[in-house]
Design a binder for this molecule. Structure first.
Ligand code: HEC
Length: 475
């Protein structure tokens, strides 16, 4: 364990990544990957019919997408990698080893995408008339590049859920072509197209006049677009679901609704089915009777897709617990191969940034705090979201504060009791010190806000670990 620990003790680290990632996924899928083909389609249609109203609608839609994707979209895209490397440098370091050239290619493709969207937007007015067809082709190139950025990243996301035969072969292409790559890409592509349709529906309210011909035409066009992509979306969803490793499916109820609401699982499935039917009904109405479409019909599907994308990302993140990279690394950065070693020698002994490596009666609370930071804080806080104190006050849903012995017994077997949590990655002494630390927080309520395991310099030649070059790196 050779990185310092970054920790947000109120909202939790998971929330930091989630907030940035969900916003980014929405912008990327709906506004970049999905909306550009819709815009190019509208531009082409306007050009074919010689109708300036279509061209104006396409341009205004692009204006919104251009402003949002090049600001919030780009910042959250980079933000995902910044926040993920802050929260779990171990996972990102491992992923960089496998996907080194993919990241480089991603940078190249992303920069090209930005250049294309700049050119497409800024040349819109200048390349009208004679050069319109060239401008439409520029839009088509932008479509390809914005899809490619997603196609590369999905390889990494799929790998984290199931590295497949990379575990035995360890080549770049084994990593990229992991079992979940194709199904996830085939799911996300139509998902992007459908969400873009719902987003453009929403914009149509602002950019066209009620009762105008272009509004009816645009609603009809986007409705046909949504309906056309839906079968592929369903197919992608089923294939993706079918390829998810069996061992992860047990996590689904908690993934969808947290432990407290896991019994709502069937209800949530029903709600999702109802949302899909509603979107299809709106699309059907839009296709057949665009003039009848009430405003709420255009806003509601847009709100639904926001919620569903968020829920989908939560489930994808949660379902692979206790791992961050399936069967290779636990969510707290401990590699499965190192677990036995850490349990034998102690976690602190193999940690470059800890305040101590040997637990004494004087330092046991601060040592316990370090162990807690390392072993639990990727998912828990002290007293904030998913707070550890509350977890031990409400174990198994029973409202009572558990005593020290019961806590120790639970932690010893935490992976057995709750398979979505990794096994405790330290020795018995560390486990007890950590329990004492949690009991102290229960008593004093002191939080860890802003805390980090910054550590002490270890004396030269002190055992197996040196700062910055611990046992588990370079593998
Ligand atoms: C992979 C993420 C993860 C890690 C790491 C993790 N936990 Fe958890 N833990 C969870 C989740 C998720 C829940 C359930 C939250 C919910 O839905 O209510 C939970 C629940 C618990 C509960 C309550 C269990 C119950 O049945 O009510 C306890 C106690 C707990 N964790 C202790 C720990 C301790 C101690 C550590 C560190 C040694 C730890 N956890 C590490 C994710 C994790």
């Amino acid at each position: 364990m050779d990185f310092p620990t970054f920790h947000l003790d109120f909202f939790g680290n998971r929330m930091l990544i989630a907030a940035i990632a969900v916003l980014h996924v929405f912008i990327n899928h709906a506004l970049a990957v999905g909306a550009i083909p819709v815009i190019v389609g509208m531009e082409w249609w306007g050009h074919r019919k010689g109708d300036a109203a279509w061209d104006a609608l396409a341009y205004k839609t692009l204006f919104v997408c251009f402003i949002i994707t090049t600001t919030v979209g780009a910042m959250t895209g980079v933000g995902i990698w910044f926040s993920a490397s802050l929260v779990n440098p171990y996972a990102i370091a491992s992923l960089i080893r496998v996907f080194f050239w993919a990241w480089f290619t991603e940078w190249f493709v992303f920069v090209s995408e930005v250049c294309f969207i700049l050119a497409y937007f800024l040349l819109w007015k200048r390349w009208s008339g004679q050069r319109k067809v060239t401008h439409i082709r520029l839009g088509a190139a932008l479509c390809v590049f914005s899809w490619l950025t997603m196609a590369i990243i999905v390889a990494i996301l799929g790998f984290m859920m199931d590295p497949g035969n990379w575990e035995s072969q360890r080549t770049f292409w084994n990593g990229v072509l992991n079992p979940l790559y194709a199904p996830q890409l085939l799911f996300r592509t139509p998902l992007a197209m459908v969400s873009a349709g719902l987003f453009v529906w929403f914009l149509v309210i602002f950019f066209t006049q009620r009762g105008s011909e272009v509004r009816a035409g645009a609603i009809r066009f986007v409705s046909a677009w949504v309906l056309a992509w839906t079968p592929l979306l369903m197919f992608g969803a089923i294939w993706y679901r079918w390829r998810i490793p069996e061992s992860m499916l047990g996590n689904l109820p908690v993934a969808m609704g947290t432990q407290r609401y896991e019994t709502w699982y069937d209800g949530l499935l029903l709600a999702i089915a109802a949302a899909i039917v509603l979107v299809l009904a709106v699309a059907g109405l839009g296709l057949l009777r665009p003039g009848w479409m009430p405003r709420v019909g255009l806003v509601l599907p847009f709100c639904l897709v926001l919620v569903m994308l968020g829920e989908f990302e939560r489930v994808r993140e949660f379902i692979r617990k206790p791992y961050v990279i399936n069967e290779y690394m636990y969510a707290n950065g401990v590699r499965t191969d190192d677990l036995a070693l850490f349990q034998r020698d102690g976690l602190l002994a193999h940690c470059a940034y800890a305040s101590t490596r040997t637990i004494t009666p004087e330092n046991r609370i601060s040592a316990g705090r370090d162990v807690f930071l390392l072993a639990c804080t990727r998912c828990h806080t002290t007293t904030g979201v998913n707070g550890i104190v509350a977890k031990f006050e409400n174990l198994y849903g029973r409202d009572k504060a558990w005593d020290r012995d019961a806590m120790v017994a639970f932690i010893e077997n935490m992976h057995g009791a709750r398979p979505f949590m990794p096994p405790f990655p330290g020795n018995r002494q560390e486990l007890e010190a950590m329990t004492d630390y949690i009991l102290q927080v229960r008593k004093t309520g002191e939080s860890l806000e802003g805390a980090q395991v910054t550590g002490v310099e270890f004396p030269a030649g002190d055992g197996a670990v040196t700062k910055g070059g611990a046992t588990s790196s370079a593998r």
